[in-house]
Design a protein. Sequence first.
Length: 299
Amino acid sequence: TSRNRPSPPAAKMAAYEKRRAAAAPAPAASSGLAESAGTADGGLESEAEFLLRAGVTAMVREALLKVLEARPEEPVSFLADYFERLVLSSPGAAGEASAELPGPPQRLARALWYVRLAHHSHRTAFDSNTGAAYEVLGAGGRRRKAGVDGRLYSELLRRICQHGGAPAEAAAALLGRVRCRDHEAVPFDVFRYGVLTCFVLLEFAAKAEALFAVLDGGRGAADGRLCQAVLRALEEALGIGQVPLPSRYLQAGSKLGPDGLALAMDRALRERKLGSSMSREEFLKKATALFVAKVKPVE
């Protein structure tokens, strides 16, 4: 009857399956891979197991977390650099003959990369990355004990300041306040304080440079009266006494709002004293010196 006759699509499908079965190799010639690929469920499960066993899942998850923490302007470049550093730091990257951990230059470069991942205002991410940098620098080897010593700590701080816009004099003065002796063991709280203070100095110098750009109007030099007025306002904002950063820095930023600066500049212009000009370099040196003077030294 017509009800028992297969429909045209069903007939075509049956013919296709018949041809596919005839063209398939004999079971004895099939390999283990072919057998495992025969079932879709088994294939998917083995792929998931492989990713877990190889650590790829955790690696990608960690990379995505780093992207969310740092929020870089170029995520693709960030990920490329992240995975490149993973390869370079892997045990087999330098060959089996290299049983030692990477030397100080490599560890310093990796620690510097960690502390730059997130802005210090993102406290959770910054603390996590600073902890990772501390572990990298403190990793022991056959020839040294585990732990961060004052030499590596001070060199890391120097490199942080070196890549910023702070005057060399201010950076040197700051390092003199937060560095430790070369042979000393550096606790993590001291390590974090030094790293954080260096980054705050760089941001403070950037803010001071932005202030000077408003004062000089693109001429390269500004009225000395205005500069001195702004420096006095800055000193008042920093306050008297030495308190932990960056709370004092944030308070100084709030006190140096547009209204406060406008009043300070207006008072300066009302003075009838002839003021000499001040260069950008001189203004930055004076401003960052005020900041460094308020930094609590490491005891």
